[in-house]
Design a binder for this molecule. Structure first.
Ligand code: NAD
Length: 261
């Protein structure tokens, strides 16, 4: 497979799953737009490493995915720089753990904005160009929580169920234009997002750190192992290939068997 003539925007790609996907796409020749938060040095190092290792152009957009105007500006920047956005990976996401009666309203709004609405805004910005060119790949990072729930994650579970629905309806609308729209639903992947939720999960469930890791996270997955960022990236890469051209509207689990239970 080669993605040499393609340009990709990967939201939330300064760490974790998004960075692994951006690197995998670049390795196949795609130009990439990195996005997300982090230290300026870390972001520049990640961007420069992609250019150096894979010989593609990589740029960075600081767009905040909770802000529709910044999302539109990021897509414009990508189109002006590369002439197109052929691959859109809606991956930015945050988590918050709290009993629902204490769940802060502003956290609900923020999670719905970043984990769900951002994908809507980015998709509507890229679809006209993809339709005009007759080719596009839209990949949404959902979660096992798009299929099943866990307690204390109201906004996250709602947003991830929402993105599965957005994936399906968009897939139907663009199916005759050479554009596929799918979501990937990883189980637990050891990234900053998972690490950061451990203290609140300990508090909400009255467990130690080891108990959260072994009895909550790994216990969810029959393989008793974390999924890796590179395994998720490999699936994203497959979705960009010609072999996946008839795969659309799908919610692809990579969760160590979690949702088979
Ligand atoms: P991560 O914390 O490593 O990465 C999240 C990325 O999103 C970072 O680049 C961060 O800067 C960015 N981000 C956060 N808020 C943003 C905002 N307002 N605007 C722009 N970027 C923003 O976590 P991760 O685990 O790699 O998560 C990536 C995606 O994978 C998320 O959508 C998450 O819900 C999903 N996911 C993760 C897991 C897991 O176990 N780690 C499982 C299933 C799904």
């Amino acid at each position: 497979m080669t993605l040499k003539s393609k340009a990709a925007v990967v939201t939330g790609s300064t760490s974790g799953i998004g960075l692994a996907i951006a690197r995998a796409l670049a390795k196949e020749g795609a130009s990439v737009v990195l996005n997300g938060f982090g230290s300026a040095d870390d972001i520049e190092n990640a961007r420069a490493a992609i250019e150096r290792e894979y010989g593609v152009k990589a740029i960075y957009s600081p767009a905040d995915m909770s802000k529709p105007d910044e999302i539109a500006a990021m897509i414009r920047l990508a189109e002006e720089t590369f002439g197109s956005v052929d691959i859109l990976v809606n991956n930015a996401g945050i988590q918050f753990v709290s009993p629902i009666e204490d769940f802060p309203v502003e956290k609900w709004d923020q999670i719905i904005a970043i984990n769900l609405s951002s994908a809507f805004h980015a998709i509507r910005a890229v679809v006209p160009g993809m339709k005009a060119r007759g080719w596009g790949r839209i990949i949404n990072t959902a979660s096992a929580h798009s299929l099943v729930a866990s307690p204390f994650k109201a906004a996250y579970v709602a947003a991830k169920h929402g993105i599965a629905g957005l994936t399906k309806t968009t897939a139907l609308e663009v199916a005759t234009h050479g554009i596929t729209v799918n979501c990937i639903s990883p189980g637990y992947v050891w990234t900053p997002l998972v690490e950061k939720q451990i203290p609140d999960t300990m508090k909400a469930r009255g467990l130690s750190k080891e108990q959260v890791i072994n009895d909550v996270l790994l216990e969810a997955q029959p393989t008793k192992q974390f999924v890796t960022v590179d395994q998720v990236a490999a699936l994203a890469l497959f979705l960009c290939s010609d072999a996946a051209s008839q795969m659309t509207g799908a919610n692809l689990s990579m969760d160590g068997g979690w949702t088979a239970k």
